[in-house]
Write a protein that binds this ligand. Structure first.
Ligand SMILES: Cc1cc2nc3c(=O)[nH]c(=O)nc-3n(C[C@H](O)[C@H](O)[C@H](O)COP(=O)(O)OP(=O)(O)OC[C@H]3O[C@@H](n4cnc5c(N)ncnc54)[C@H](O)[C@@H]3O)c2cc1C
Length: 375
């Protein structure tokens, strides 16, 4: 089925929605993207990315921009709380022999790179806008947007994230996001010369450092919090420093003393959700966190959402009809996305229970191998 002149609406301009816009435009579709945020902002510290994400960036044409503005490196180092390195997980080079197997970047920088590529693709981006009505028939969907537009589409893609209105409207019985029992603290600091790739320390909480550019690195600390309660931002600096108190590793102590009000600290309780199939109804299909929001233990949430976009575009082009394409899309994505959500959740559980370190290492290793497979 050719995508030329197919009219597609994407609801949500996060990483998944932007990737869908870029890839579908590249294959000739007419794409509108409705993003609720009038300023299309993205907050936050760093985001860690594996080789599969860099492979997806290559296909989207944004790998060079990532390599210029972010940081790419091989391997994930695991250290004891007092400093010595005990293991290094290999990260296969999936985006080419000359591109390292992983990396990290500031979230707002990655959002800008993808937003620039989305605009350059020719997609019509409507900010400050959401849908108010979707009416479907066998051939398409008529969508009314809050900016007054009413238009007919061949396909609507719901990419509006964990608290998706599209999902709520079409699948009122879908599972609700669940609090995992863990929260993540993130902060941005000047880069330390010792930190050349993702490095984590083992202990009661799990701190890690990852360079996000030539001059900056981000700190993440995963903490067990039985109750999902608000934390007063005026206490962020002291709480984050306190969490690092049990780690005598010299670099962690140095980082601890550097944390201050300018460290861009973000605190996020971790939630997840895996929606069973079907992921589509008629001419509306869901992608990204809308159907498979994962905790960040495998640093692959953005990856599987972006991959959804690539696979969806591929199936639309390969299949005879839109319904066949949507079925093929969900079936091709299910196992990989299930694996990421469920393995991430199991890793979190083991950390909370201070459980079997060997099982933790085995799941990490097996998941990294699975993520290296073609999509
Ligand atoms: C603490 C934390 C750390 C993480 N770390 C990593 C990591 O290191 N590596 C990694 O790969 N992943 C990580 N993730 C996961 C990753 O951030 C998400 O999987 C990814 O951002 C999902 O993208 P998305 O586009 O599917 O959804 P979202 O990013 O939620 O985007 C949804 C978009 O839709 C818009 N929207 C919402 N409602 C509407 C509406 N009604 N109409 C129109 N627009 C709407 C929103 O404004 C937003 O722009 C992390 C997540 C968390 C919480």
């Amino acid at each position: 089925m050719t995508l030329a002149n197919r009219r597609i609406l994407i609801i949500g301009g996060g990483f998944s929605g932007m990737a869908a816009a870029i890839e579908l435009r590249r294959r000739g579709a007419e794409v509108d993207l409705a993003e609720i945020d009038p300023e299309w902002r993205n907050y936050g510290a760093g985001i860690s990315l594996g080789g599969a994400t860099l492979r997806a960036f290559l296909q989207l044409g944004v790998l060079d921009a990532f390599l210029r503005e972010g940081h790419a490196a091989d391997g994930v180092r695991i250290c004891l709380s007092h400093g010595p390195q005990v293991a290094e997980l290999p990260t296969p080079r999936l985006a080419g022999a000359d591109v390292p197997g992983g990396g990290a970047i500031m979230l707002p920088v990655l959002a800008r790179i993808l937003a620039d590529a989305t605009r350059a693709s020719g997609a019509d981006v409507m900010h400050g806008c959401r849908f108010s009505d979707v009416r479907q028939d066998a051939e398409g969907a008529e969508v009314t947007l809050t900016n007054g537009t009413r238009k007919r589409y061949d396909l609507v893609i719901g990419a509006d994230g964990l608290y998706s209105k599209t999902r709520e409207t079409l699948f009122p019985d879908a599972p609700k996001p669940q609090y995992s029992g863990q929260a993540v603290w993130r902060a941005v600091l000047p880069r330390h010369p010792e930190v050349t790739t993702a490095t984590m320390w083992m202990g009661r909480v799990k701190p890690g450092l990852n360079p996000v550019s030539a001059t900056k690195m981000y700190l993440f600390v995963t903490e067990h919090r039985a109750v999902n309660e608000r934390v007063d931002p005026s206490t962020f600096v002291s709480k984050l420093r306190e969490l690092l108190g049990d780690f005598p590793a010299p670099i962690i102590q140095q980082v601890r003393s550097q944390i201050g009000p300018d460290s861009q600290i973000v605190f996020r309780p971790l939630e997840s959700m895996l929606m069973p199939r079907p992921w589509f109804q008629g001419r509306v299909v869901l992608i990204g966190d809308t159907v498979h929001a994962t905790t960040p233990h495998l640093a692959s949430g953005a990856c599987i959402g972006i991959e959804d976009a690539l696979v969806l575009a591929d199936e639309l082009e390969r299949s005879e009809s839109v319904p066949n394409a949507l079925k093929a899309f969900q079936d091709r994505r299910w196992e990989r996305c299930r694996m990421v959500v469920e393995n991430s959740s199991r890793l979190g559980q083991i950390e909370m229970e201070l459980g079997d370190k060997e099982e933790h290492a085995r799941i990490m290793r097996e998941s990294l191998i699975a993520l290296g497979q073609p999509i």
